[in-house]
Design a protein around this ligand. Structure first.
Ligand SMILES: Cc1cc2nc3c(=O)[nH]c(=O)nc-3n(C[C@H](O)[C@H](O)[C@H](O)COP(=O)(O)O)c2cc1C
Length: 397
């Protein structure tokens, strides 16, 4: 039995990834911002939601399919955008897109990916691909990227709204990490003592380069020059007018990722968006942010009929996904579990992770006494002092 097939949880995959990666790479994925309170809080909130099962129900036939933007999705989860995955595993994004494709779930490609928009589409031609965009001051850059995603057949455009300024992540600072490693004695030692990682990632060149940005830049195209260009051209002035302009550039479903209030969810619908992903960026940006699960009920009340409401941040088990669906979300997404899986086992790791989530969701459905996810509602949940959840179950009882 391989070490991968012995992993039974995201925690196990995280442990395998930790052994395989130099500390700076592991911390880049694992860490959060400032005191990491938002990161821990995302998990704590899931722990306060419990199940109330129906047990005398025939659950011989179970299906976890859902409908998402007019198409069937194999499961109620998707893989969220992550930049820099090429620092963990060569062509990590292709591995994830292929696994997602076979499971018929969406894969969101980050603008900071180390494979291009086109390369991922070519490698996984049947995948449901979503293109994630960080907006630039210059609309010509936004348009060039949006047009490339459309030409490559991406299904949806996801604009990240929660990253107007750059976060303070103490682990990255301590480790000298910014999409590449500073040459400190500890990092050099770490690279030398992880030869498998070094051969897979470092010796194949351009570690951590934002590949989709390469054609947009006239000057030097090494990893650090591209990052510097990205930082210079990014705009902290993202507003609804900028989003209106991008909305006009993109014909398909457009989603805002990082919305964290009912007020902005309503505005998203008013401005013609098709969906929102409630997200605190996995506790990587605004420390002390509330967890998306806590604001899900108020967002559903305010805009649930006009928008496809999704969320990420902290999903680690099938049961977490089922809780979010029972509270009204259409689908859940996760980041770190996919990063750990691909670091631990490449494409096989990605497939293993997807199968693990599917299996757990299927079992939870069986135990809860439901055959389809449409049967779920807040009456299947019990909230341990979680204000938003308690209000939700009072309203529905
Ligand atoms: C290593 C890493 C890189 C990320 N890069 C991006 C990115 O480029 N764009 C983006 O919108 N979100 C990015 N995110 C945030 C994820 O899309 C997602 O919101 C977050 O990981 C969800 O929390 P989880 O990791 O607890 O599942 C990144 C997250 C991680 C862990």
């Amino acid at each position: 039995m391989s070490r991968l097939s012995r992993t039974e949880s995201v925690d196990d995959l995280r442990e395998l990834a930790r052994k395989r990666l130099p500390l700076a790479m592991f911390d880049f994925v694992d860490g959060g911002s400032e005191s990491e309170t938002a990161l821990r809080h995302n998990r704590a909130v899931f722990d306060r939601v419990r199940f109330r099962a129906r047990t005398v129900v025939d659950v011989t036939e179970r299906s976890q399919e859902i409908e998402l933007f007019g198409r069937k999705s194999g499961s109620p989860f998707a893989i969220s955008a992550m930049g820099g995955l090429g620092t963990l595993r060569y062509k990590a994004e292709v591995a994830l897109a292929k696994a997602a494709s076979d499971a018929r779930i969406p894969f969101m490609l980050s603008l900071g990916a180390n494979c291009t928009i086109e390369e991922v589409a070519d490698a996984a031609p049947k995948a449901r691909l979503w293109a994630q965009l960080y907006t630039f001051k210059d609309d010509r850059l936004n348009k060039a990227l949006v047009d490339r995603a459309a030409a490559a057949g991406y299904e949806a455009l996801v604009v990240t709204t929660d990253s107007n300024v750059f976060p303070k992540r103490p682990r990255d600072r301590r480790n000298g990490f910014s999409f590449g490693l500073k040459k400190t004695p500890r990092n050099i030692w770490d690279v030398l003592t992880h030869p498998r990682w070094t051969m897979d990632v470092v010796l194949r060149g351009n570690v951590g380069r934002m590949e989709s940005m390469v054609p947009l830049v006239d000057g030097p195209k090494d990893t650090h020059s591209l990052l510097a260009y990205f930082i210079k051209e990014r705009s902290p002035s993202l507003d609804w007018e900028a989003l209106d302009r991008i909305r006009r550039m993109w014909k398909g479903p457009m989603i805002l990722k990082g919305i964290m209030s009912k007020e902005e969810a309503v505005l998203a619908a008013d401005h013609g968006m098709d969906g929102v992903i409630l997200s605190n960026h996995g506790g990587r940006n605004l420390d002390y942010a509330v967890a998306p699960l806590e604001i899900l009920p108020e967002v559903m009340d305010a805009a649930g009929e006009r928008l496809t409401v999704m969320l990420d941040s902290g999903f680690r088990r099938g049961s977490d996904v089922v809780k979010a669906i029972a509270m009204g979300a259409r689908t859940a997404l996760f980041g770190r579990p996919a990063a750990f899986a691909v670091a631990a086992g490449g494409e096989a790791g990605a497939r293993h992770l997807v199968a693990m989530f599917q299996d757990e969701i299927d079992r939870v459905m069986g135990f809860l006494g439901i055959r389809t996810l449409e049967e779920l509602g807040p009456d299947f949940l019990w909230f341990d002092g979680l204000a938003a959840g308690e209000a939700l179950s009072r309203r529905n009882s």
